[in-house]
Structure formats: C-alpha cells, structure tokens
Design a binder for this molecule. Sequence first.
Ligand SMILES: Cc1cc2nc3c(=O)[nH]c(=O)nc-3n(C[C@H](O)[C@H](O)[C@H](O)COP(=O)(O)OP(=O)(O)OC[C@H]3O[C@@H](n4cnc5c(N)ncnc54)[C@H](O)[C@@H]3O)c2cc1C
Length: 459
Amino acid sequence: MAQRPVILIVGGGYVGLYTALRLQKKLRRGRAEIIVVDPQPHMTYQPFLPEAAAGSVEPRHVVVPLRRTLDQCRVITGAVAGLSHADRTATVTPAEGDSFELRYDVLVMAAGSVARTLPIPGLAEHGIGFKNVGEAIYLRNHVLARLDAASSTDDPQVRRRALTFTFVGGGYAGIEAFAELEDMARYALERYYPRLSPADMRWVLVEATGRILPEVDADMGAWTVQQLQARGMEVKLNTTLDSVSDDGVVRTGDGDEFASDTLVWTAGTKPHPMLAQTDLPLDERGRVRCRATLQVDGLDGAWAAGDLAAVPDVTKDEPGATTAPNAQHAVRQAKRLADNIVAVLDGEQPVEYRHAYAGSVASLGLHKGVAQVYGVKLKGRPAWWMHRAYHVSRVPTLNRKVRVVADWALASVFRREVIALGQLQNPRREFVAAATGGQAPSIPPPSAADRDQSGPRAS
Ligand SMILES: Cc1cc2nc3c(=O)[nH]c(=O)nc-3n(C[C@H](O)[C@H](O)[C@H](O)COP(=O)(O)OP(=O)(O)OC[C@H]3O[C@@H](n4cnc5c(N)ncnc54)[C@H](O)[C@@H]3O)c2cc1C
C-alpha cells in the first residue's frame, strides 16, 4: 500500500457520506486521501422526500452538500462506470469531459440501489420513480398542475384523467409519497379550487402482495389501509399493474381500466447495476457479498454497505439472513465500516456489524402517521410526532436540522405553500417559442416525453 493510502468511496449517499464524515474525523489530516465520487453534489435524505413533495420541507433542506460537509475529502462529481479491484482502478465518468482511471488502495462500495422495474408495457414511457429530490419536486409541481388543469376545463374526461393519481408499490416510500401528496392535494383543493371537490379526485395504490408496509406488523399495515380508505383513497391489494397504453390508460390485474396522468412506481429497489461492471463477488440478487465485518467476501481492501450489500445479519438465527436495505442499517453500517477501516490501517482486527432492526416510522400526511419502534405501536398524531422527532434527529448536520425545523415552524404559522411552479419542468419552453416565433402553452403537458426533455428540477 502507498505511503498515503487512497480511500475511494463510490457514492455519497447514506453510507458514503457517513463513512467519509467519520474517516475525516478519525484519520489525522494527511494520513489518507479520501475521495468521494457521486453523480450528485449532495447526499439526499430520502425519508424526507415525501415531505418535500408535500411542501412541508424545502427541497434544498433534504439534501446535504458534499463539498461543504466533507471539507477534508476530495469530491468528484461523476459516476463510477466500473472498476477492477484486482488492479485497484476505477473508471470515472465525470459530469463533463472524458472518462478517466482512478487508482486507489481501499475501496468503499456505496452506490446504493435503483428502482426495480418490470417489463410492463408503457411503464418506462409513462412512469416516474420516487427516489431522488428531482422526482419529488417534479411530482409536487405535477400534482398541483393537474389540479390547475382540472379546474380550468369543462371536459369531464380531461378533468377525471387529470385528477386520477396512480401509485404502484406499498412499501414505506410508496405509502408515504401516496399519502403525503394526497394530503397536499386535498388541502389545496379545499381552499383554492372552488370548482373542484375532494370527491373528484381518485387516488389508486396498486400492490401485488396482500398487504402494505411490510416493515411493520400486519395489523399496522391493515390499519393504514383503513385510514387511507377512510380518506377515499383506493388500495388494490393482490393486484398488479398490467399495462399503460400510449394515451395513458392504466390497466390493472383486477380488470380495472382508467385514464391517469400520473403513474408513480415505488415497487422496490435492486442493487446498482454498475456492480456488473466490477470484479466484486455478487450474490444471486446482484448484491455485493460481504462478511459481517463489512469486508467484501474474499478480497482485501474492499468494503461495502447499504442497499447494495449482502451483509450477514448476525442478530438472527436463520442461516443466510442478511440486513434489510434501509437507512437504519445504512447509517450504522457506515460508522462500523469507517471504524473498521481505521482499525485495519492501525493493524487491528475489524469488528462485526451487529444491529437488530428497531422498527419503522411513516408519515401519512400532516398530523397523520403510523409507527412501530421496539415493539411499541403508535397510530395517528403520536406516530406522526415520532416520525418528525426521529428524522430530525437523524438528518445529517446541525445546519439541516435547524432548517428543517424552521420549515415546519413556518408551515404551522403560515398556510402551506401549494403553488405549482410548472415552468420549472421546462424553463426554456417560453424562450424557445419566442426565439422561433412559436406559441408557448402556459401549462406544460404531463407526458413522460416532456419530463425527459427538461429533467425534473428542484425549486
Ligand atoms: C422515498 C424514500 C423514503 C425512505 N424512507 C426511509 C425510512 O423512513 N426509513 C429507512 O430506514 N429507510 C428509508 N428509505 C431507504 C433509505 O433511504 C435507503 O435504504 C438508504 O438511502 C440506503 O443508503 P445507501 O448509502 O446504500 O444508498 P443511497 O443513500 O441511495 O446512496 C447511494 C449514492 O450513490 C450514488 N451513485 C449512484 N450511482 C453511482 C455511481 N455509478 N458512481 C458513484 N455514485 C453513484 C447516488 O447518487 C447516491 O448518492 C427511504 C427511501 C426512499 C426512496
């Protein structure tokens, strides 16, 4: 190993950020060079995405800037396209310019997961995920723009289609997004859209299994279904999304067929596909095979954690049990991983990662929630308070904690901001129309093609 080892961290999300923070604190300056590569200049605190979409938290406050936070690391804005650990070399594709090779001594693989999709006709053309801040803000603007469109037409078919919102997948990400956006739409509609009523909206959740929120006990999942149904929302259990037609008509496995301008896919994740371009050992689900110490199986100087890692769960008796892909494990694994790297650099033995899953908290809209932590089950407002208290204690940096609390305080004093900034979806539309002598429609159409041209943008 070189005099000053290079530690390459692939991904600046939960695992990457927390590992880098701890390494820069624990390693004396100059003891190692820490390089963090991520396509985004920030870490995203994903559990706040539903609240960002609902307008309870400012989009910028759910991300943590890497360069400011990791002031003793080198941050490269780009993607690792693949690597050869045998040669200790990674191929980096920067945000601009040609790809280059990066030599390292110690690898931390932390590129997380991507949406796990299925080859459903029309899904790729019409669907959108809910994993990053761009998608969350796009959906916020899109849902509000659909209310504007529905309120401004006399065509019942256009109105019905605009006000039909379809979500696929009933894990915490999907349920929180579904419930928070409906809560926001209802709030906006009751106050500012006298021509519409909440009964005009149709919110449909499609879930292939017989329950939602597998992170909590079945009775809590069933209670959540009842709460959503009491709000007039439809939860289709044991139902699949079968197809989406070119003009946005959704067909589900129960024979239902309806036009919907909104299709959100939150039906699970899979390990980052870039792993296939590496020589790291992968299991049958495409995850990096790890030991309980978070070392990559059979390799020296390679570590992995988080959503893409198959880490043995030593708290369970079942043979082959691995830790679940969630933030709770990601944060704790990152800390253990950083301590283990320091231990190995000091010639000591790494320690096994051990954490029994504590439970889950989910927000279902303002003052509504469901939680199960260390066996204690909470419903409604107490669960919602627990959700907020837990996540504000977890969001990285004091700066972000203060800003998030300030957002909540302002939203409780003044009314919620429910204005669609539709121009953010395609900011050049008007200028291009002016420059080419065309006409610019004031409300962007909701098609996937429109999303593709401009890319979602945070406000
Ligand atoms: C909407 C939502 C809500 C959630 N709520 C909860 C919750 O309430 N509780 C909970 O426990 N968990 C929750 N999760 C799950 C949790 O966020 C993840 O388990 C956690 O982020 C995993 O951490 P990670 O570091 O493995 O991946 P991530 O945090 O996703 O980080 C991966 C990083 O790698 C970067 N990257 C991607 N490709 C490359 C590449 N080629 N090269 C370099 N870098 C790359 C990405 O940009 C990203 O920054 C939620 C997830 C979502 C989407």
